[in-house]
Write a protein that binds this ligand. Structure first.
Ligand SMILES: [Zn+2]
Length: 342
């Protein structure tokens, strides 16, 4: 028999959905409250926590998380899904990429501190109230207003074979072509504090991945609406993972993307206009010119060349660049993820 689950004042018995806000901190004149949904399956099974909106203008997986909580039926579930569709509430309200009420970064506030600032307190809530209930967790992201990228998965490896295998299965539940940090060389010692939610999960032995879904905040430049395909990509990956765990009905699938072996970042040496010469996801050859910076009269100032065969994995969305501005990024691709740990 499953058990009743309680987070703040939100209580869900087996087979029930419950939702509400939980106060995590106080700001001048108002409380910081996070939306929480508990979908407690009628039958026992694993618990998956989805934390969306840590970067609060990366909208497609936030919307996907809201929709998932409405689509899933706890009466038919064997296990539990807990969602926080907007983790960075002040950033969501202010419509900015970071945490506007503090100078610290919410993304690196883990494990958090119950007596610290608002970011510390919000992180502490996730670490102490959500993660201990979770067997798996997701930290959702996407490319924010100033970036575009192909949808992909970032994972973490600890060197513990059972943990790493579980995380690779998690990543392979998403229909992605690229998975970052899946290689043996990405096994690194975990920091004590000042780290990400995904790292906090690794420290607690909870498999956790980071799906990157959507570009430029996920808003279509054609329709002005959220890009439906990015929302669906995230939801399909999550539902497939829930099938792979047996939480919802249906046959799960495991995809077999490439592991990213290197990530190269390019910054502008000159100020001017940036012209990317290949789209996101395009295959590029070593020494291929993939971008140019020109001056305000159209004269060429510099060219960006691919350092290796690979793909374009991020493009800056603003043509105006200053010296040192990010221009783009490429991935070098290695083996299929299925061959790394078998
Ligand atoms: Zn992000």
């Amino acid at each position: 028999m499953s058990e009743t689950i309680k987070i703040g004042d939100i209580v869900a018995k087996p087979g029930e959905k419950a939702q509400g806000y939980v106060k995590v901190a106080e700001a001048a004149g108002f409380d910081i409250e996070l939306p929480v949904v508990i979908l407690n399956g009628a039958e026992p099974g694993p618990t998956v926590a989805i934390i969306a909106g840590i970067h609060p203008v990366e909208y497609p997986p936030m919307e996907g998380t809201i929709r998932l909580a409405n689509e899933l039926d706890p009466k038919k579930m064997r296990g539990t899904v807990i969602t926080v569709p907007i983790f960075n509430m002040p950033g969501f309200q202010a419509r900015v990429p970071g945490a506007p009420l503090e100078r610290t970064q919410l993304t690196m506030a883990f494990p958090g501190d119950p007596e610290g600032g608002m970011n510390d307190r919000a992180a502490h809530f996730i670490t102490t109230e959500i993660l201990p209930k979770a067997d798996y967790a997701v930290e959702t992201h996407g490319c924010n207003f100033q970036e575009t990228c192909p949808n992909h998965i970032i994972m973490i490896r600890t060197g513990d074979e059972k943990y790493d295998k579980a995380n690779i299965m998690f990543a392979r539940s998403f229909e992605t072509e690229y998975v970052r940090r899946a290689m043996d060389k990405h096994v690194k010692p975990l920091p004590e504090k000042g780290h990400s939610l995904m790292t906090q999960c690794a420290k607690m032995g909870i498999p956790c991945i980071l799906p990157e879904a959507g570009s430029a905040g996920g808003i279509s430049s054609i329709t002005g609406q959220l890009n439906e395909e990015d929302i669906v990509w995230f939801m399909d990956g999550m539902k497939n993972f829930l099938r792979n765990l047996g939480i919802i009905d249906g046959e799960g699938v495991l995809y077999d993307p490439y592991a990213v072996t290197e990530v190269y970042h390019f910054r502008s040496k000159s100020a001017g206009w940036f012209y990317p010469l290949a789209p996101n996801g395009a295959k590029v050859k070593k020494d291929q010119v993939i971008g140019e910076v020109k001056d305000t009269f159209g004269a060429l100032l510099e060219q960006v060349k691919a350092p290796s065969d690979g793909i374009i994995s991020l493009i800056w969305t603003r043509p105006a660049v200053n010296q040192g501005s990010i221009l783009l990024q490429t991935f070098e691709l290695g083996p299929k993820v299925s061959s790394i740990i078998s």
